[in-house]
Design a protein around this ligand. Structure first.
Ligand code: MLT
Length: 399
């Protein structure tokens, strides 16, 4: 009889956002008259930018004409998107990355999950707690040893390297999901120094980079000198351009980045990632890549930023309630997430249940992101402005 991958049996029974959705669906079924305000999963609510929609139409028209029809495309993405992303890095962050170091995918979640294919299961992985569950779950699935580093009020939810802790792979996310905390250049510099000294590789999730409002704060790990020798960066159009339903992201693997083989020889990772993607992935649809390229044009960025400005206002509305009620909170300034302490010392799932049952407002319990998230609660600013205001009015009663 076939045997399962035993590691799957070590996972939580369901993925965090699946559990949240199940609870919300059950509540909705029992309370058909109640208007639920969803501030749980970070899903966008504003429509795509007009230039993106036009690019989708244009792509679809091209697919309907013999001369411009496209079948399989390059698994790594069309050159026009990879060049557009490289141009974005240069213009927005002053970072030089070559188009062939950028691989286009169906989103950062897939790439963050799939990158583990490149690394021996014998590696030790360093992960923050609380954390975006994908980093932890995918390493549990492949049976790697995981060391958790606590993020909490005492370090502003920004853990720093501990010379006593050895790890081969380090996951960092800034602006952070779930806490909204953002590393400074100096702090990321310490991580890069630590990785270079120990030979570790940083897997840097930059999915929320465009929410950073202070030019002094880094938006890419490659703004830090030396990062090309020790880091891979994952980025996404989900939150910054409203692609949660379209699906497109990109991963940057610098040409010089290496890990070692069993004999200690240095092996470049870019060809391995290309090998992995060409074998297991057939690329993002042409139409979606047309839309992605449109995001990086001047009109695209300006139009997408209009949506981001709305989400920032939502974050401000949430932060105002936190200030008014004297609630301890993090994030919401350079991030669409507000990470708040649950009132009255409540546990996070208890607060989730109470907020849902009494006020029909959905958030995400901190404990769902790890044990160190217990006692905290995440709200997203991706709702509508009306919904966010209404949710804060409803929450006022509970705080
Ligand atoms: C979140 O709510 O943490 C994100 O939307 C999840 C994701 O990006 O996969």
């Amino acid at each position: 009889m076939a045997r399962v991958n035993q590691n799957f049996l070590k996972l939580e029974q369901s993925y965090l956002f699946t559990r949240v959705a199940q609870k919300v669906n059950a509540f909705a079924a029992q309370n058909p008259g109640r208007t639920i305000i969803r501030m749980g999963i970070g899903d966008v609510t504003l429509p795509l930018a007009p230039v993106v929609v036009e690019a989708l139409h244009q792509g679809a028209r091209e697919m309907g004409v013999k001369e411009t029809f496209k079948g399989y495309g390059p698994e790594q993405g069309y050159a026009f998107v990879r060049e557009a992303v490289a141009g974005y890095y240069k213009a927005e962050m002053g970072v030089e990355v070559a188009p062939d170091e950028i691989l286009i995918s169906d989103g950062a979640k897939s790439d963050v999950g799939n990158i583990v294919d490149l690394f021996d299961t014998d590696n030790t992985v360093l992960i923050c707690d609380p954390v975006y569950p994908v980093y932890l779950d995918t390493n549990i699935m492949s049976g790697r040893r995981v060391v958790l580093m606590k993020a909490g009020s005492e370090n502003g939810f920004l853990p720093m390297p501990d010379p006593a802790v050895r790890a081969d792979l380090i996951y960092l996310c800034s602006p952070n999901n779930p806490t909204g905390a953002v590393y400074t250049r100096e702090q990321l510099g310490e991580w890069v120094d630590y990785a270079r000294k120990t030979g570790a590789i940083i897997l840097f999730d930059a999915a929320y980079e465009r929410f950073v409002q202070d030019p002094a704060l880094p938006r890419s790990i490659f703004q830090i000198p030396g990062a090309r020798e020790c880091a891979i960066e994952f980025c996404s159009l989900s939150k910054t351009a409203g692609f949660t339903g379209l699906r497109c992201g990109y991963t940057v693997v610098p040409r010089e980045l290496c890990a070692t083989d069993a004999s200690g020889n240095r092996v470049p990772l870019l060809p391995l990632w290309v090998r992995r993607q060409t074998t297991k992935f057939n690329g993002v649809s042409y139409v979606v890549q047309k839309a992605a390229a449109a995001v990086f044009g001047p009109q695209g960025l300006a139009q997408c930023d209009e949506n981001l400005a709305c989400y920032r206002q939502n974050a401000q509305i949430i932060r105002e309630l936190m200030e008014e009620k004297g609630v301890e909170y993090y994030g919401g300034l350079h991030s669409p997430y507000i990470w708040m302490r649950c009132p009255g010392g409540m546990k996070s799932w208890d607060f989730f249940d109470r907020l849902l049952e009494e006020q029909a407002v959905v958030g995400t319990p901190g404990a769902g992101f790890g044990a160190a998230g217990e006692g905290f609660f995440r709200l997203t600013a991706f709702g509508t402005q009306e919904g966010t205001r209404e949710a804060m009015d409803r929450m006022r009663a509970l705080l």
